[in-house]
Structures are given as structure tokens and as C-alpha cells.
Design a binder for this molecule. Sequence first.
Ligand SMILES: C[S@@+](CC[C@H](N)C(=O)[O-])C[C@H]1O[C@@H](n2cnc3c(N)ncnc32)[C@H](O)[C@@H]1O
Length: 429
Amino acid sequence: MVLAITLPMMGFTSEDARELADKLEQINSYPNILSHVKDESTRRRLREAGRKLSISMEAPGDTLHRIMKTPIQLSMAQVGIETHAFEILSQNDGTFLTCEELAQRANVDPVLMKRFLRYYESLGMVSQPSDSEYCANHVTKALASKSGWSGINYFYKTVSPALMAFPEFLRQNSFMNPTDAAHCPWNFGRQNSKPFFPWIQDQPEHFNYFLSWMKVQRVGLPIFLDVLDFAKEFAQGATDSTVLFVDIGGAMGHQSIALKNRIPQVPGRIILQEQASIISEVQTNPMPGFEGIETQVHDFFTPQPIKGDNISSYVTTSIYINRPIGARVYYLRNILHDWPSSKCRDILENIKPAMTKESVILIDEMVLSERGVPWRAAQLDITMLACFAGLERSRADWKALLDDVGLRLVKIWQYTEECEDCAIVAALP
Ligand SMILES: C[S@@+](CC[C@H](N)C(=O)[O-])C[C@H]1O[C@@H](n2cnc3c(N)ncnc32)[C@H](O)[C@@H]1O
């Protein structure tokens, strides 16, 4: 297939536009034609170019229908997950199912299934190679995956009431930026005064969606260890008793496991600190690879117990420590974005007295550009606003926060373009 596209210098004529449409349709008629492009940056450029072109060609009605009907997409994804329709189609990889076969296996009225499939196919969520045949494509498979299950359930069941309540909450609060985690759209949407984290502790179903989503939300993206040589930067001269890494609020410990696997030859301790309910879940159902990582119940609004002085600390390996053990790295991934700046100050101020000159706080968060922020990052900022009165921060915001608590911003390494994720290193002045 020849795909020579020459861009006219003085703007597109109607003929040029028709020619471009022909080329794009040609590309789209071979759905896997670009699947061999393994270079992530090029893949992303193509995706964004296609998305922006699509928006730029919208008539006003297209725009309105696209935006006002976004809730249908989430609801229909939830339906496909609950009926296992995406899973059944994905398990049948390479072969086709009729609507009746799928309806029977998913235990759904065939008339209803036909209507679902019509919607899914129209939005590219399944493929329909002939009038009566359906099969999974890459979107179906993403929705059928474990990440799809946890992400869609988490957003549909746990988060969306806060998002739906958002405009009314803001109107009633004179469009002031929320700064109180106990008074934000989350509480308004749930008609409950408890902030997100205390509320979710008593809700096993939502707790499970939340934890599952935390484990997989960045699957497929680089992690901080891809840009930062941890052994060289932070583990020089470490011995078995050196605390290398304290994963504060580390959920099930996926980042601790990633670190352990990345530097298996480096001696030192890795400690996961979390709320009691999560530590108990980690102890009952540890993720594969968790062996050798220590656990400690810790509320990050209280003083950090892994200190660089002679205070005893007790961790689950039953080792009493009576000597300086300030950690090399106090790690906070996606913690500070959950909180307004006043609470972030409290969290950092509780770590600061535990630090030695060798310690750093490694903040693993987005550093938002002033312009052209990627949509995934911007979406997360609004989610933080709605659920926690939290926020994603720019470089200036990080600098101001660290200055406020008397910490020095040492370096920022960016490791994803997709979300502008960065490893931000802060140290004592
Ligand atoms: C957005 S999650 C981030 C989890 C993990 N660091 C990651 O990047 O996947 C925030 C975590 O903070 C924990 N958390 C919330 N409040 C806490 C507190 N007061 N003390 C310790 N952990 C807390 C939650 O249990 C949750 O796992």
C-alpha cells in the first residue's frame, strides 16, 4: 500500500481533504496495519494526532453529542464487564461469535445483547466483521483485562457519584477551590461526611476496587526506576541493616516489589508502611514477589518511626532496632496528590525530623506543564479535586510546597510523557 501524503503549503483544498480522508480510511481498513509500531513515543503521537484531527473536524452537533453522552460509555463498559461479554469475546480470540451465542453464554436477552453490540461496535469497543459475527479487538481485550475490571468498577461504582455531584457542589460553594477533604464533592455525592479513605475502610466492595486499581493503574507505563539508577543514587555503601526504601502509603507494595526486583544484588531493607487494614490484607494476600519486604502499620499524619536517631522501631521481621536507621529514601507515590497543600505540609513535616543528611524524600508524582498537559494527567487532577480536595501540581507548586516545609528541591526526573510522571527528590536544606 502506498501512503504518500504531501501537505499543501497554503492550506487544504477540498480535493486535498478528500485525498487525506481516502488515505486515513485506507489505514483504518487494515486495523492492525500500525500494530508493529513498537516505539511508544511514535504510537502516542499517532494516537494524539488522530484524536486531535477528529476533534478539529467536528460540527457543533458532533461536539455536543460526543461530550453530553460520555456517561453512556462508562455505563456500557460496566455492563460489558458485569455480563462478561468482553471476557467471553476475548477468550474466543481469533474466532467469531454470533449475537445469539454471546447472549446465551453471557446469560443476556438476545434482543438486549444485539443492542449492546450495536453500541460497542459503533464506538470501536468490539469488531463486527459481518452482519452476524462479532469478535474481540484490542479495546475489548483491555476492557476484559484485570485492569479493565478494576478500573471500570472503581470509576463507575466508587468515583462517579463524586464526579456527578461536582457541578452542584461547586455552585453551592461559590466555585471556590475545595481545600478540605471532609468537605468536597466526594461527601456531597455520597451524602456522607466521611472523607474517602476512612469511608472506604468500611466498604469491602469499594476497598477491593480501589486496591485492585492501585495495583494496575500504571501498567504498561515506565516507572521511576526506568530513569533513575537507584543503586547509584541512593544505595552506595548500603549493608543488610541499611533502610533503603520506606514505601509510605504504598498500598499492596507494588513499587517496593518493583524496587526489590530491580536491584536484587543490593543489600538493605525495604519497608512498606500503610494503614492497618491494608497491612492486614498484604499479610493475608501478599502480591507475588513480596517476600523479604517488611511491613509496618503507620499513619503518615504521625511522626515517621524509621528515624535517624536512637529511637526503637518495631517491624514485622521482629527485629528491634536501637541504632540510627534513618532511611535512604522515604518514598511517596501518588500520596501528596490526594491531599490539599495544608495536609501535604503535615505529611512532609512528619517525615522531616526522621531524615538524616543521607536521606531524601522521593516524591513520585506528576509535574504538570503550564501548557499542553496530557489529558490523562488533567483527568486525574479533576478526579483528585472531586474525591479528595487534592490536586496534581506544577513545578512551581512543588517548589512552593517544599519551600514551605523547609526542604530543598534537589532534582526532578520525568519518566512518562503520558502523565508527566516524575521522580522529585527533596532533601534537608
Ligand atoms: C492513591 S493511593 C497510592 C498508593 C501507592 N502509593 C501507589 O502509588 O499505588 C494512597 C494510599 O495512601 C494510603 N493512606 C491514606 N491515608 C493514609 C494515612 N493516614 N496513613 C498511611 N497511609 C494512608 C491509602 O491506604 C492508599 O493506599
